[in-house]
Design a protein around this ligand. Structure first.
Ligand code: ARG
Length: 448
């Protein structure tokens, strides 16, 4: 039978519909170890403030550690994770557990637990991004000489190094890792807000180094420190840290969705630039030949879901009067979903990159397209003294001429070329249709 953390002033039992409608245990059980960390720390504070004897402190802390190290199975009859843990503690230490909630409120408790959850998951996201970055770096290294057509507007643009294309994603992810690390350190862990007005416990008791407790609970965060709240109303009201986590995960998911889309397109028969390892593909129940990149499609789609999580959460917060309102309970499902989704995506993508093969022959065929070198011909004319805009027009007309006559610039005679510009020297022009010469002629890139 579940017990509530409140009820003294009520004569009637809660309507079962309200009980069902207001509960959060079916998802906030994921906060269990973080909530237990908070309780262990809180018990120490109660000891230092004289509310509990040293023996009582260690008895409750030992029991909480035991709960935290066991398998935490949510019992759906409880209102939330805080109520279930309180009751589990009561069953272990009896009435002593009734002192646990001295000078605290779930309003403060849930912020603490959600903040540690965010720090922990952000740290995992940063580590997984680093893993994907490593896989991309190896892929870039293994294919360092490969040149591919660069696209703008999905049309052939100019030849580029594959390593630079992969490097673009590496840089996006590196920037995200920086943002994630800032988000981790920006989250300050506090207690002492109570429900809204603070507690009778002196602020000095709220300075606790929490590392050893976190370690005992298997939370892999180092240097965790607790500070007294600077403003109890702010602590229980603000959810900027949730917004930041939803933002940074949405941005990462956006990068990953673009990569997924590129790989999906590149794996089509029409492109055939890449071979995605079978282990990362799925088949069709009807068409036996199919090898589909479903995982990449879900990565492409998930970004949209993460935007929804972010905007949905911000819509919940908008216009909420200070301080705590139950509305804020709805921060958790989008938060958990965004983290779980992006963590899953990063794991799958790392596997895909580690096994990805580039079809160099197919890519090389595409590099025969003369239009990829049109800009290089413009630069050639500029080097010979033409104004860029004039050169651009000349080469535009030249390309149009080759399309209209189904010929290649390479096959045109010196005379034909000079119809477009007297600066053209056939022997020099033909050399420009070389992917290596094209990419190496771009000197502005500081590859470091
Ligand atoms: N489950 C609640 C939440 O996530 C915990 C806080 C409940 N506080 C309250 N006063 N009812 O926000």
């Amino acid at each position: 039978m579940s017990k509530k953390l409140w009820g003294g002033r009520f004569e009637k039992a809660t309507n079962p519909l309200v009980e069902e409608f207001t509960k959060s245990i079916h998802y906030d059980y994921k906060l269990a170890k973080y909530d237990i960390l908070g309780s262990i720390v809180h018990v120490g504070i109660l000891g230092s403030a004289g509310y509990l004897k040293p023996k009582e402190v260690s008895k409750i802390q030992t029991a909480l550690l035991k709960i935290g190290n066991g398998r935490f199975t949510p019992d759906l009859s409880y209102e939330d994770v805080h109520s279930q843990i309180q009751d589990m503690l009561e069953r272990q230490v009896g009435d002593l557990a009734l002192k646990l909630h001295t000078a605290r409120s779930r309003n403060d408790q849930v912020v603490f637990a959600t903040k540690v959850y965010c720090k922990d998951n952000l740290a995992e996201v940063a580590a997984l991004c680093a893993g994907v970055i490593d896989a991309l770096k190896s892929l870039a290294k293994a294919n360092s000489g490969v040149i591919i057509p660069g696209f703008t507007h999905m049309q052939h643009a100019q030849p580029i190094y594959l390593k630079d294309y992969l490097g673009a994603y590496i840089m996006m992810l590196e920037a995200s890792v920086d943002k994630v690390k800032i988000a981790v350190s920006d989250i300050k862990l506090t207690m002492g807000a109570g429900a809204v007005a603070g507690t009778p416990i002196d602020a000095k008791h709220y300075n606790v180094s929490m590392g050893k407790y976190a370690k005992k609970l298997g939370i892999g965060l180092t240097g965790l420190n607790l500070e007294p709240t600077k403003n109890s109303i702010y602590t229980v009201s603000d959810r900027s840290f949730v917004a930041e986590a939803l933002n940074v995960t949405a941005i990462i998911a956006t990068h990953l969705s673009r990569f997924a889309e590129d790989l999906i397109i590149w794996s089509t028969k029409e492109f055939d630039f890449v071979d995605i390892d079978e282990a990362f593909c799925t088949g069709s129940s009807l068409m036996p030949q199919k090898k589909n990149a479903d995982a990449l499609e879900l990565i492409r789609a998930s970004a949209g879901k993460l935007f929804g999580n972010r905007i949905g959460f911000l819509a919940v917060m908008k216009g909420l009067p200070l301080s705590y309102n139950r509305d804020m309970q709805l921060d958790k499902e989008p938060l958990f979903d965004s983290f779980e989704t992006v963590i899953g995506e990063l794991k799958v993508l790392k596997g895909i990159f580690k096994t990805l093969k580039f079809n160099e022959d197919k890519i090389e065929t595409q590099l025969d397209d003369e239009s990829l070198y049109a800009t290089d011909i413009v630069y050639y004319l500029v080097d010979k003294g033409a104004a860029f805009k004039t050169a651009h027009t000349i080469v535009g007309k030249l390309i149009k001429y080759t399309i209209d006559n189904s010929i290649e610039v390479k096959t045109m005679t010196q005379h034909e070329l000079n119809i477009f510009s007297d600066k053209f020297v056939k022997a020099e022009i033909v050399k420009l249709f070389d992917p290596k010469i094209s990419v190496e002629s771009k000197k502005s890139i500081n590859r470091g």
